[in-house]
Design a protein around this ligand. Structure first.
Ligand code: ATP
Length: 376
């Protein structure tokens, strides 16, 4: 099991202070609009990534009139992690076991997260970057050395683009960065392709679980970012003139994508909005399953599921999640409808710990339930 046993917040949006004992399965936060439910999920996200999922800047997240916010978490294995952000100044401080940590990727490795909110459901309609980040999240959690290759590639790509924008350049200058890109790209592409194979297989298996619909005809393809059967070095050479004309590199792993089709048509042009949401849920579950098979099971943050899916699909998604999550934090407006999908599951997932959120105050409804026993 992975997850948080304790979450402490200070000056986080409308939550002045909170100290929450979390259970190892489902933690349910309910309350009226604007009470602060999503802020709890946002705080866990900040703890696991160093940033909010609602704002690029951290200033809006700090409580009005406060100088800084703090989020602290105790992981199931006893390790502690903390993030502080000050109103003035960049970045903020990250601590792991009270020691200053260097980067937020250290947090991400400790607390893999799957966030399901209304934004997640636009994954099919968004540009390739959205889907590429989902693939990269999975690869990073399966093989953390991937991050080095990705950073190497990004440095070489930035340098190549800077040269292209400068205009008059010798081909030997470009050769250096092409060479660096090719070396990193070999690792990136190999790891992405391997992980994609597993991701695609699990996603399709999950879709077969659903009532008959076009979802069962979904094909998923990995597009690596340059022409099949061609070495990236050759592809970069071939696109040099055009790259110079536009001032950036048009081929390479930074253009990779996962392409979803139904009968050779883009999936989003065939599937209903609800079917697209279930496809995203299947993909997110598959990501978590692939990661939990090789490392820690991720924590799911699910914002207002009843607003997104009908009752039957909520139950299916809750079952998928319970098969691969380390822990779940879920929000909703009404207590009963938010609890319902989880109640039909096997223990401990059918006994949510319930919290009422009101004007930024969070109160546990019951004493810790029997499922609060954290086990190995
Ligand atoms: N920096 C801030 N300082 C104080 N309050 C804030 C700050 N930023 C946002 N708020 C308020 O904090 C609350 C945060 O709401 P949050 O989005 O967490 O609510 P929610 O319960 O998820 O609501 P909904 O059901 O409408 O999505 C809102 O009332 C918002 O106006």
């Amino acid at each position: 099991m992975a997850g948080l046993s304790r979450l402490v917040l200070a000056n986080f949006r409308n939550i002045s202070s909170a100290d929450i004992a979390l259970c190892c399965s489902v933690n349910l936060f309910y309350g009226v609009n604007g009470s602060g439910k999503t802020s709890v999920l946002e705080a866990v996200h900040m703890l696991a990534t160093g940033r909010s999922f609602r704002s690029r800047q951290h200033q809006p997240v700090i409580q009005a009139d406060a100088e800084q916010l703090a989020v602290f978490g105790r992981l199931k294995d006893g390790l502690t992690i903390g993030v502080e952000k000050r109103r003035s100044g960049p970045g903020g401080r990250i601590r792991i076991n009270r020691e200053a940590a260097e980067s937020s990727s250290q947090l991400a490795a400790l607390l893999p997260l799957q966030l399901i909110n209304s934004d997640s459901f636009s994954a099919l309609e968004g540009g390739p970057g959205v889907r590429r980040r989902l693939l990269d999240w999975t690869v990073f959690h399966v093989e953390q050395s991937y991050l080095h290759a990705l950073k190497d590639y990004q440095i070489a790509l930035r340098q190549r683009n800077a040269l292209l924008r400068r205009g008059k350049i010798g081909s030997d200058q470009l050769d250096i960065w092409d060479g660096r890109m090719v070396i990193a790209a070999v690792t990136l592409d190999r790891l992405r392709e391997e992980v994609f194979e597993r991701l695609g297989t699990v996603t399709r298996e999950l879709l077969l679980d659903l009532p008959v619909s076009p979802l069962q005809q979904v094909s998923i393809r990995y597009r690596r970012g340059w022409k099949q059967g061609v070495d990236l070095g050759e592809a970069l050479q071939a696109s040099r003139d055009a790259d110079m004309a536009v001032g950036h590199t048009r081929v390479g792993p930074h253009r990779a994508d996962m392409v979803f089709t139904v009968d050779s048509q883009p999936a989003q042009s065939i599937l209903s909005r609800g079917q697209q949401k279930m496809l995203v849920c299947a993909l997110r579950t598959a990501m978590a399953r692939v990661v939990s098979n090789s490392r820690k099971p991720p924590v799911f943050l699910i914002d207002d599921l009843p607003a997104e899916l009908d009752d039957a699909h909520q139950v299916i998604f809750a079952r998928w999640v319970s098969d691969c999550a380390g822990q779940v934090l879920v929000t909703g407006i009404e207590r009963e409808s938010t609890c319902r999908p989880w109640l039909s599951l096997a223990a401990p997932w059918n006994k949510p710990s319930v919290f009422h959120v009101e004007h930024g105050r969070i109160s546990a409804e019951l004493d810790p339930a029997p499922n609060n026993e954290w086990s190995e």
